[in-house]
Every structure is written in C-alpha cells, then in structure tokens.
Design a protein around this ligand. Structure first.
Ligand code: GLN
Length: 276
C-alpha cells in the first residue's frame, strides 16, 4: 500500500484532534525517518501489517510517545517511558522565560522533579558553560533522565540524584526549574493521561498545591544571591502562587504559555524592606 492511503486510513481509525499528526508520527517512526521526509514521498510503499499494529495501539488510547518511545522537547529527542511524564510543549514556557530572565547566564542549574530530564537538558543545551543537577523521587525516572543525558550529548554536564524535592541538598544554584505535580485530586483528567502517565507526576492533593507548599520553603536556601526559580503551574493557579510566594519572602511574576494562559511563576528572593 502507498503511504498516503495508509495514512488516510489510519487517521480515520485513530480519530480525535491529533489523528492525522499521530498517524504521520507513527508511520515515520516505523520507517525510521523524519515526518518531513515521510511527507516528501507520500507514494512510497509500506508494510501495512506492521503499521496496523501501531495504529491499533493508538486507537485504543495509548499515547504516541509510549508507542514510539520518544518525544521531542525543545528540539531534543528524548526517551519516554510510562515511568515519566510525557514532556509537553507547555513546559517549554519555562525555558523561554529562563532565557529572558536569567541574566547573566547561569552556571549551576537545579531541576526539582526532573522526570525524563526534559527541563534540565533543555536548559543545559542553551547554556554550554552550565552544569546541572536533576532530582527525582522515582529511581525509574532517574534512569530515563540519565539515558536522555547521554542521548542528547549532555551527560558530562548533567547529574541525577534521588531525593525529596530539595531536602538535604547542601548546594546553591543560579537557576532552579521545576514542573511539579499540580493537578487537584478531584479533577478529571482525560483517560489517556490518567491511565498512562504516572499519578505521582500529576496529582498534588486536594487543591493541586501540595508540592508547591513543600518546595517553596526549601527554595531560598538553594538559591545563590540573585538566583531565579521558575515553577510550572496550572493555568488557574497564578493567584494562589503569588500568595504563597509572598508568604515565603519572594517577589514573583506570572508568565503565559503560547495559549496565553498562566503557566510559569518566576521567583526571586525579595530584597529586605528597610525598617519603617
Ligand atoms: N500539564 C500536565 C497536564 O495537564 C500536568 C503536569 C503536571 O502536573 N506537572 O496533564
């Protein structure tokens, strides 16, 4: 069968908003070529049976990134398994904000809850003189992150360690980045996310703020003078994070994702107020 006919059939079998894209990514994966290369030669002949197996998994709700075993983030090709959150374009907001606000260039970067390593490796890819530490509570996630450091050629500058956020870390950093869990336990997620991605990377108590409440008290002792901390947030959590930030002595600003919704809070230790 020609690729184009197989793609059309696959897209209608998969259904949903991303059906066509999913069909293309899966076929490119099967052929071991880029999506661009696939689309340049829509009349190439393909092995329909092998393709059908992938399309069937997708049609049953398995994420594309689990079928291909990878996902692109900030132009890095990262390994993805069910042990880590699938890197999302929303999280690229943190790297955008870091590039704008983190002056001078950071040399020591900390990623709390590193998962696949996506944020830390993206940051290291932007700052060639920086080195970084990624912390995660999950040994399985740390194994994926280490593999990704090698895969992206950044292993000589990235270290990974098990830990409970920043607890017990006796170092200071110029830039701290984190995408903690922030979904309220009562929220209903799509079946695709709920059934395939680690709950420990998604849910954070009754209001989704539990992990910010753990992380914020630790941050100041991890920050060099003038350091910046960037946390990903849910789009309705901006006001709550501004409150928490003020309670813990930070000056904070909110930054939107590409859809224009609050996605990142930037924190700096607030200057001491002179006595009145
Ligand atoms: N942005 C993710 C989602 O909506 C959640 C990631 C997180 O909790 N850190 O599924």
């Amino acid at each position: 069968m020609h690729a184009i006919a197989a793609l059309n059939a696959a897209a209608s079998r998969i259904g949903g908003d991303t059906a066509r894209l999913d069909a293309e990514v899966l076929l490119a994966h099967l052929l071991g070529i880029s999506r661009g290369a696939l689309l340049l030669h829509p009349d190439r002949r393909i092995d329909v049976q092998a393709y059908d197996l992938l399309v069937e998994r997708r049609a049953k709700g398995e994420p594309v990134a689990h079928i291909t075993g990878s996902r692109e983030f900030w132009s890095l090709d990262l390994k993805v398994t069910p042990d880590v959150l699938i890197p999302r374009p929303d999280s690229e907001t943190l790297i955008d904000v870091a590039l704008r606000l983190c002056q001078p260039a950071p040399t020591r970067i900390l990623d709390l809850g590193t998962g696949s390593g996506a944020l830390l490796l993206a940051a290291l890819s932007e700052w060639p003189d920086a080195s970084g530490l990624g912390i995660d509570a999950s040994p399985a996630a740390l194994a994926v992150a280490s593999e990704n450091a090698f895969r992206t050629g950044l292993a000589d500058r990235a270290r990974f360690m098990p830990g409970n956020w920043g607890q017990g870390l006796d170092q200071r950093f110029d830039l701290i980045i984190s995408n903690p869990p922030y979904i309220a336990e009562t929220e209903t997620l799509s079946a695709e996310v709920r059934e395939n991605e680690p709950a420990s990377a998604l849910f954070a108590g009754a209001d989704g703020l539990d992990d910010y409440r753990r992380i914020l008290p630790q941050l100041a002792d991890l920050m060099q003078p003038g350091a910046l901390a960037l946390l990903e947030i849910g789009h309705s959590q901006g006001p709550a994070l501004l409150d928490l930030a003020a309670q813990h002595g930070f000056s904070a600003s909110l930054h939107p994702d590409l859809a224009g919704r609050d996605r990142c809070v930037a924190l700096r230790v607030a200057p001491l107020q002179p006595p009145a």
